[in-house]
Ligand binder design. Structure first.
Ligand code: KMH
Ligand code: ZN
Length: 274
C-alpha cells in the first residue's frame, strides 16, 4: 500500500468559535494550525477563508494571505476550498483559484447540508472544471453521495477534465451519504478509474472511517472542519491532536506516512504529469 496521505481540514466554513474555541480564523492562525498539523504528520491542509470576525469568505486577498502565511512556515501541500459556505455564489467560490494552490476541492453535485443545500448544479460544476483546466490546478473531487461519481464518469468519458484529480468521500453530512463502512467500500469499488481516494468521516464517524481507509489502502482526512471532538464529550485541543491519532493508528496498522513531496506523487497531482 502507498504511504498514507493525511489531510487536515483545519477550519471549515460553518464552525464558530462558540462551538470550538481553538478554531483558527485569521491567516496567521490558520498558518500556525497548518504548521502544527504538518508537524503532527499531515501532508495536506484543506483551508477555508474567514474574515476577522469569523465570517466565511472566499475573498481572493484572504486566500492570498493564507497561502503566503502557510508557505512561510511549512512545506505542507495547500488545498483551497471552492465549496466555501452554503449560499455563496459560484463566481465568489472560485475567485481565489488563480492563486495556484497545490490542490483545490471540486464538489461534483448538490447535496442537502443540514437544513440547507450545498448547491452544485451540473452547469456550475462544468464551469468550475473549465476554470481548473485553464489554470492547471489539480482537483480533489468531493463526493458527498454516490450520484456524484456519475458526474465524475461523465467528465472522464467526455475528456472534460484535463487536470490531475483524485477523490475524497465525505460521509456523514446530514442529508448526504451515510458514514457506514458498507458505503465507503461501495464508493471505493464504484470509482470510475483507479485513482487515489481518501475519506472524511463527519463527527463521530471520523475515527472509524479513517481506520477503514488505512486498512483499505485509501487516505484520510481529519480535522476540526469535520469533527470537533476527540472522543464523546471531549473537545479536541486542535487539528494536530486529531492528526496524531491517525498517525498512531497508521503505525499500528503498518502504513507508512507520506511527506508532502511523496503525497504529490501518490496523489499524482504534479500538474506536469498529465
Ligand atoms: N462548507 C461546505 C458547504 C469544500 O470545502 O469544498 C462545503 C465544503 C466543501 O466545505
Ligand atoms: Zn471544506
Amino acid at each position: 500500500m502507498p504511504p498514507l496521505v493525511i489531510t487536515a481540514a483545519v477550519n471549515g466554513a460553518e464552525l464558530s468559535r462558540e462551538q470550538c474555541s481553538v478554531l483558527p480564523i485569521t491567516p496567521e492562525e490558520i498558518a500556525e494550525e497548518a504548521r502544527r498539523a504538518r508537524e503532527a504528520g499531515a501532508s495536506v491542509v484543506h483551508v477555508h477563508g474567514r474574515l476577522a470576525d469569523g465570517t466565511p469568505t472566499q475573498d481572493r486577498e484572504t486566500y492570498r494571505r493564507i497561502l503566503e502565511a502557510i508557505r512561510a512556515r511549512t512545506d505542507v501541500l495547500i488545498q483551497f476550498s471552492t465549496g466555501g459556505a452554503v449560499g455563496m455564489s459560484g463566481s465568489e467560490r472560485i475567485e481565489a483559484l488563480d492563486l495556484q494552490p497545490d490542490i483545490a476541492t471540486l464538489t461534483l453535485g448538490s447535496v442537502n447540508f443540514g437544513d440547507e443545500i450545498f448547491t452544485n448544479p451540473s452547469p456550475l460544476v462544468l464551469d468550475f472544471v473549465e476554470r481548473f483546466n485553464q489554470l492547471g490546478v489539480p482537483a480533489e473531487f468531493e463526493i458527498f453521495d454516490a450520484g456524484m461519481l456519475g458526474m465524475a464518469r461523465f467528465l472522464i468519458a467526455r475528456e472534460l477534465i484535463r487536470v490531475p484529480f483524485y477523490f475524497d468521500f465525505v460521509l456523514g453530512v446530514a442529508g448526504g451519504m451515510e458514514a457506514s463502512l458498507k458505503n465507503l467500500l461501495f464508493l471505493k469499488e464504484s470509482l470510475p478509474l483507479e485513482k487515489p481516494w481518501s475519506v472524511a468521516g463527519i463527527g463521530r464517524h471520523q475515527l472509524p472511517l479513517a481506520t477503514a481507509a488505512i486498512i483499505e489502502g485509501g487516505h484520510v482526512r481529519v480535522g476540526l472542519e469535520d469533527n470537533i471532538y476527540y472522543r464523546k464529550g471531549e473537545l479536541a485541543t486542535g487539528n494536530a491532536q486529531l492528526v496524531e491519532r491517525v498517525v498512531r493508528l497508521a503505525r499500528e496498522l503498518g502504513r507508512d506516512l507520506a511527506d508532502p513531496s511523496e503525497a504529490r506523487q501518490i496523489l499524482a497531482i504534479d500538474p506536469t504529469t498529465e
